[in-house]
Design a binder for this molecule. Structure first.
Ligand SMILES: [Mg+2]
Length: 111
């Protein structure tokens, strides 16, 4: 599945009926922040409870939360009129360029 296909399928499960454009973006951003926290919380508990050794159940639970992050991220992109594929492609191109120029470990958004 490519990112645009995912974004389309994810959007088909969203219900923003009657909501303003601002609400759609803010709701999606808040959901993204919340779901990101859920991923981090589950990873934290793996570290705390078993020194990083992950059970299959924990791996599955983290996978589910990563999916939730992806869903909200796709909606943030959607309401910013950004094709999910374009964001993914731009990201790997940016990182490949930084690696090629030897600045992958430097700081700053514009390198
Ligand atoms: Mg979740």
């Amino acid at each position: 599945m490519d990112f645009n296909e995912y974004q389309k399928l994810a959007s088909a499960t969203a219900d923003f009926t009657g909501r303003s454009p601002e609400y759609k973006i803010m709701y999606s951003c808040m959901g993204l922040a919340g779901e990101t926290g859920e991923v981090i919380e589950k990873v934290k508990k793996v570290m705390r409870n078993n020194n990083g050794a992950m059970s299959e159940a924990e791996r599955e639970a983290i996978k589910q939360e990563i999916g939730d992050v992806l869903w909200y991220l796709s909606q943030v992109a959607r309401f910013c009129d950004i094709a999910f594929d374009d964001a993914a492609k731009a990201n790997v191109e940016k990182l490949a360029d930084r690696r090629a120029r030897g600045v992958i470990r430097s700081e700053g958004d514009k390198r």
